[in-house]
Design a protein around this ligand. Structure first.
Ligand code: ATP
Ligand code: MG
Length: 140
């Protein structure tokens, strides 16, 4: 699922994400702006769930958003890990649920973090995930 082999073959999750984003952008015809990718090591289990979350977010953007641009930022620092994937597409009404939205929340909960997906009708969608430093240390 989700090109796991590519992730395992890649040296780091950062490299796997860069490749995936470039391929996805070319295929979907949607521009990707990468604002930040961390230099430091990400624990394996965290890397897997992070990668799977980004893939799920991209699948939704391609399928539902009609976005022109996606912005992604992943940072790793003393405040833990933060992921933001936002698009400038059609958004969606609050109260929307589904397997993919639930899967992204579950990935982050599984690594001791939390994630929300907020759509604004006509104003795009933002996926925001956080993993606190304590949870990262336990999995390092
Ligand atoms: N980036 C987005 N832009 C616009 N609408 C979105 C976006 N992400 C999710 N949605 C809306 O939220 C709904 C639920 O998303 P979710 O990923 O849970 O299910 P799905 O994509 O419809 O199906 P699945 O992921 O199971 O294949 C979508 O059907 C869509 O209406
Ligand atoms: Mg989906």
């Amino acid at each position: 699922m989700y090109d796991d082999l590519r992730l395992l073959e890649a040296t780091t999750v950062q490299q796997a994400l860069e490749r995936r984003l470039a391929e996805w952008s070319a295929c979907a015809g949607i521009a990707v702006e990468v604002w930040a990718l961390p230099k430091g090591d990400v624990p394996d289990l965290v890397a897997h769930d992070l990668y799977a979350t980004v893939c799920e977010a991209l699948a939704n953007i391609e399928r539902h958003s009609r976005a022109r641009t996606v912005s992604i930022a992943l940072t790793l620092g003393k405040n833990g890990l933060r992921l933001t994937v936002s698009d400038d597409g059609c958004g969606f009404p609050s109260g929307t649920t589904g397997r993919g939205l639930n899967a992204m929340e579950t990935y982050f909960a599984g690594i001791g973090g939390s994630l929300t997906v907020s759509g604004v009708p006509g104003g795009g969608t933002t996926v925001s995930g956080v993993v606190p430093p304590r949870a990262l240390a336990q999995r390092a």
